[in-house]
Design a protein around this ligand. Structure first.
Ligand SMILES: C[S@@+](CC[C@H](N)C(=O)[O-])C[C@H]1O[C@@H](n2cnc3c(N)ncnc32)[C@H](O)[C@@H]1O
Length: 259
């Protein structure tokens, strides 16, 4: 018979996580303990975390803009750095407007828009079937497919707010991502091609057919990509591009308005 796992104290779990390089070891230890229903389950969870697996995959959830969301293993974990974009988009979305969130992943931004504008129509698209199933579990109306392809034609020229946290890491910079991100998170969520803007360029070009006049586009990109994306938007049919900053004041994306 296998020996019963000994219940580890909070301090022991936190110390194990700290030694493994987790910066928020105390908080993570608490979250793991809250999610485990036995000492053996907690041991297994700690081992997964020590191996570098994202905390949200182990606990199965994360909090984004105050909303608790399901995050299934294999799905990009929503980042706090995207919260400012989600909040800004929800303010811009009219009560009875139409919003589209491309590359929705677990559906975090679409879920925030739907929660804050319950009378608006909020749709999302996503290529990865695992992420699509996860977004559906978060109550998001999501269609599987490439960028705008799965959207109903009736929305052409009627979208008020378009959001996207598309893959935007330049291929040559992928190796500089934290080891655990590279090892675990899907490359389809990260790899933005040679300069990182392959998908973003397509979004800008195709979006002009979907946004109505005066509609807003909000795109997350790296801080050093904001100028290039502002120029891309101005060359398409957008004006007044402005930088979206995260809660730390760091540039996280660009917003512009369809002429
Ligand atoms: C960086 S993740 C962002 C996910 C989510 N928006 C968030 O902020 O948590 C990018 C997502 O885009 C999806 N994706 C990549 N290429 C796509 C495409 N051509 N069409 C739709 N989704 C795509 C990936 O599967 C991944 O879920």
């Amino acid at each position: 018979m296998l020996p019963m796992a000994r219940a580890r104290t909070h301090g022991e779990v936190a110390e194990t996580l700290r030694r493994a390089g987790c910066v928020a070891a105390d908080d993570e230890a608490r979250e793991l303990a809250d999610s485990a229903d036995s000492a053996a389950a907690l041991d297994a969870m700690v081992a997964r975390r020590v191996a570098g697996e994202p905390l949200a995959w182990i606990t199965g959830r994360t909090v984004f803009c105050g909303l608790e969301l399901i995050v299934d293993p294999g799905v990009f974990v929503p980042r706090w750095q995207s919260e400012a974009l989600a909040r800004a988009a929800s303010v811009l979305l009219p009560e009875r407007g139409v919003a589209v969130d491309l590359c929705t992943g677990a559906g975090s931004i679409a879920a925030v828009l739907a929660a804050r504008r319950p009378t608006a129509e909020v749709l999302a698209t996503e290529l990865d079937p695992v992420a699509v199933a996860c977004a559906q579990r978060n109550g998001v109306h999501v269609a599987q497919g490439d960028l705008f392809a799965p959207l109903p034609a009736r929305l052409r020229g009627r979208v008020d707010v378009l959001t996207a946290v598309a893959p935007y890491v330049p291929r040559i910079a992928l190796h500089r991502l934290p080891r655990d991100v590279l090892a675990f998170e899907p490359s389809i969520a990260l790899d933005g091609g040679e300069d990182g803007l392959d998908v973003v360029r397509r979004i800008v070009a195709e979006s002009v057919d979907w946004l109505g006049a005066g509609g807003d586009v909000l795109l997350e990109v790296g801080s050093d990509q904001c100028d290039d994306v502002a120029r891309l938007l101005e060359r398409a049919r957008y004006h007044a591009p402005s930088v979206i900053e995260d809660a730390d004041g760091d540039p996280r994306g660009v917003r512009a308005q369809r002429v």
